[in-house]
Design a protein around this ligand. Structure first.
Ligand SMILES: Nc1nc2c(c(=O)[nH]1)N[C@H]1C(S)=C(S)[C@@H](COP(=O)(O)OP(=O)(O)OC[C@H]3O[C@@H](n4cnc5c(=O)[nH]c(N)nc54)[C@H](O)[C@@H]3O)O[C@H]1N2
Ligand SMILES: Nc1nc2c(c(=O)[nH]1)N[C@H]1C(S)=C(S)[C@@H](COP(=O)(O)OP(=O)(O)OC[C@H]3O[C@@H](n4cnc5c(=O)[nH]c(N)nc54)[C@H](O)[C@@H]3O)O[C@H]1N2
Ligand code: SF4
Ligand SMILES: [Mo]
Length: 687
């Protein structure tokens, strides 16, 4: 058991500056109060503008999570069947020797049979993929395509704006119209919501575009409650209206865009009536939104990744990202669009991850979205060797990857060698052969970019590692030593890796002093064009996509599983984040789980009545991929025909040992090879 915080001591108290590690656009600056080597509490740093001294409810509980009685404190070896969660403690030496021996034996035959599986348990550049990347590159292991969250929208941005770039978040406060598109800001981008409130007090109109009447939607002036996966149709109809009423900035279009004629022709085919039928909303609402967008200055769009988890997610992002160039909204610093700011950061990932250590090896790439299928795939000339070993860190694939029935079958293979580096015994940890205890953000160094603001943050360790926990970097350094990797890069310290991340492009001394440093960027980055695309313009038409044989212009690409298209599965299900969890992190923190209660499926009263479902009744949600048992919540948050299965519960903490990903598919998006979590048909019955 981890030692709980003590109080009443007279030892000196100090505050350590850090960064929130979680996969959240806000990347808050933390202040951890430490006494006697114990972290007493974690607060927001008031000196950091974007944080403004406030943390979300989840990370305000970070000390509770760090000293959680179920924290993993020593290495363990599996003793029961796979997935049973039966382990016996072993020493670090025993665990590392055994892992190195097994990986060495596999690598001697088929290094590509080894697969890293990691995502954004921490967003830190050092505890993310630095030493791990070096290790797997040197080994020649399969590469992992890290697509599970943002790559459809990311690719849409790259093809349109040239990178993951956009408005500076602080200037939303000056906008007179803010469209919050595919985002539940109050849940997942709280510090942006604070800025939107400031704009509202200054007279801005707030519009939310979301199939769910979310916490955010109900607090905006208008809510456009469209069907999932129909955002491109809406964006094209908005363009139709901008053209019909000549709410266009002809000069901006002529100077700073490519492909206007083609886009114009396509948009003119999307009358509000046509889009209304596709989106399941009134045509009049589209007209009103177009008028507001076409006639309000400055107008800003806060796009988030919620709208790109469908088949057409890449195209939808392209369509929305095209809007500000049509009206010239970019001319004002409070105009434009922001999906992600991560492309502004001059991080040197190659220096951290050292792809040169591949030394001519050209391993295959496995898409993390299809881990279910890929773990079950036999060797073949097309696929290469079957996967024999998986090293999981910074991720919980058994809970978060789609079609989890297959993911579980894959991880349950008795011949698969699985190492999980974790802070807790997650659903994935239960399948480990060796389970290694990881440090939390309070216990290690790291350096952080952000995807919601434009500051760099440094995280210093506030306390010593709890129990025998080791940082990811330490684990991979130790494994590298045992594998006989002698390159000096495997001995580099975490502090040195922090310095390497941005080199002299960011003032490291300032980071050491105050914990954060702002990137030097213009207030209105595209006021005079200068997009980082090949043409230097906003590319309505992408030559690069056309050369790949794809549509060069954005279009509406219907879902794989269109709402209302199946008699067996008449309901469309989305599974957006729950407010008190962060993906599957925090589900095991009792105080937060108490707020969420039990896994729920929100459904509209009409859909419930048609199935004889009462509020709070236990229901079966199912399709051909599997079944999920949860509680029905008859809720005005759900629109007819769409159910909302809030995520992402640990399977073992749910009602019948599954979660919502039992139902989602491994199909991919139009661009970016990303998952389609919100493109999923189901049926619901009383259990
Ligand atoms: N509390 C909390 N915060 C989080 C997370 C969390 O799990 N919990 N997750 C973090 C992560 S990993 C990410 S990537 C970010 C961003 O995470 P996002 O997934 O963008 O999360 P949300 O901002 O909640 O946006 C999802 C919203 O999009 C809506 N939506 C679903 N389908 C569609 C659609 O087809 N069209 C439109 N217009 N809207 C749709 C959902 O109803 C929901 O309200 O947030 C991060 N912040
Ligand atoms: N149905 C459905 N599925 C989804 C989504 C959805 O909206 N609906 N959202 C998707 C999205 S946007 C994302 S980003 C993915 C997220 O998927 P993941 O990136 O897997 O995120 P988490 O579930 O938060 O799991 C991260 C794990 O990393 C661990 N961890 C944290 N810090 C460290 C560390 O320093 N070292 C080590 N070794 N471990 C650490 C945490 O304890 C946690 O268990 O899920 C996706 N899955
Ligand atoms: S999860 Fe997001 S809002 Fe919460 S502390 Fe971390 S960065 Fe801030
Ligand atoms: Mo994500």
């Amino acid at each position: 058991m981890a030692s709980p915080p003590v109080s009443g001591s007279s030892a000196p108290v100090r505050q350590v500056r850090g960064a929130c590690p979680h996969d959240c656009p806000d990347t808050c600056a933390l202040l951890t109060t430490v006494q006697d080597g114990v972290a007493l509490r974690v607060q927001g740093n008031p000196a950091h503008g974007p944080t403004a001294g406030v943390l979300c409810n989840k990370v305000a509980h970070y000390a509770e999570r760090t000293y959680h009685p179920e924290r993993l404190l020593q290495p363990m070896r599996r003793v029961g069947p796979k997935g049973s969660g039966q382990f016996t403690p072993v020493s670090w030496d025993e665990a590392l020797d055994a892992i190195a021996a097994r990986l060495g034996a596999i690598a001697a035959r088929a290094p590509q049979a080894i697969l890293p599986y990691s995502y954004c348990g921490t967003m830190g550049l050092v505890q993310g993929e630095s030493m791990a990347g070096r290790f797997f590159h040197r080994l020649g292991a399969s590469l992992l395509d890290r697509t599970i969250c943002s790559s459809a929208g990311g690719e849409g941005l790259v093809q349109t704006l040239g990178g993951k770039v956009g408005m500076k978040v602080e200037f939303f406060a000056e906008a007179k119209l803010i469209i919050i598109w595919g985002s539940n800001s109050i849940t997942s981008n709280l510090h942006f919501w604070r800025i939107a409130q400031e704009a509202k007090r200054n007279g801005a109109r707030l519009v939310c575009i979301d199939p769910r009447r979310s916490e955010t939607a109900e607090k905006c002036h208008d809510h456009v409650q469209l069907l999932p996966g129909t955002d491109a149709a809406l964006a094209l109809a908005l363009m139709h209206e901008l053209i019909a009423h000549d709410w266009l900035d002809h000069d901006y279009i002529a100077q700073h865009t490519v492909g206007w004629e083609g886009l114009r022709e396509r948009a003119l085919r999307w009358t509000p009536e046509r889009a209304a039928a596709v989106c399941g909303i009134p045509a009049q609402q589209i007209r009103e939104l177009a008028r507001a967008y076409g006639t309000t200055r400055p107008a800003a769009i806060r796009l988030n990744y919620g709208m790109q988890r469908v088949r057409g997610g890449g195209n939808a992002t392209r369509a929305v990202a095209s809007l500000p160039a049509l009206t010239g909204a970019w001319r004002h610093r409070a105009g434009g669009v922001l999906l992600s700011s991560s492309g502004f950061y001059p991080a040197d990932r190659a220096a951290l991850q050292r792809p040169d250590l591949l030394a001519g090896q050209r391993p295959r790439t496995i898409n993390m979205v299809t881990i279910g299928d890929d773990l079950l795939r036999p060797a073949s000339p097309a696929f290469g060797p079957a996967i024999e070993a998986v090293l999981v860190y910074n991720s919980n694939p058994v809970a978060v990857a789609p079609e989890s029935g297959k993911v579980v079958r894959g991880f349950a293979r008795e011949d698969l060698f699985t190492v999980v580096i974790e802070q807790f015994r997650t659903d994935s940890a239960d399948y480990a052969d060796y389970l290694l205890p990881a440090t939390t953000q309070l216990e290690h160094w790291d350096i952080h970019p952000s995807y919601g603001h434009t500051d760099v943050l440094l995280n210093r360790p506030a306390i010593a590692p709890v129990g025998q926990a080791r940082s990811n970097t330490d684990v991979f350094r130790a494994l590298a030593a045992r594998m006989g990797f002698t390159d000096p890069c495997f001995a580099e310290s975490d502090e040195s890796l922090c310095r390497l991340a941005f080199g002299d492009r960011v003032d490291f001394e300032l980071l050491l002093q105050q914990g954060f440093a702002s990137l030097a960027l213009p207030d209105a980055p595209f006021a005079a064009g200068g997009f980082p695309t090949p043409s230097g313009r906003c590319e309505f038409f992408s030559e690069r996509l056309a050369r790949q044989g794809l549509d060069g212009l954005p279009d509406h690409v219907p879902n794989h599983e269109v709402a209302g298209s199946s008699a067996r599965y008449p309901l469309a299900m989305i599974s957006p984040p729950a407010r008190n969890f962060l993906n599957s992190t925090f589900v095991n923190v009792q105080s937060l789980r108490d707020i969420e209660g039990e896994p729920v499926l929100e459904l509209h009263a009409d859909d419930a009545a048609a199935r004889g479902i009462r509020d709070a009744q236990v229901v079966r949600v199912f399709n051909d991929r599997g079944e999920y048992v949860c509680k029905a919540s008859i809720s005005p948050r759900a629109r007819p025909g769409v159910v909302n299965g809030l995520g992402i519960w640990w399977r073992k903490l749910g009602i019948a040992g599954t979660n919502v990903n039992e139902l989602t598919s491994q199909k991919l998006t139009d661009l970016g090879r990303a998952p389609v979590f919100y493109d999923c048909l189901v049926e619901v019955r009383p259990a």
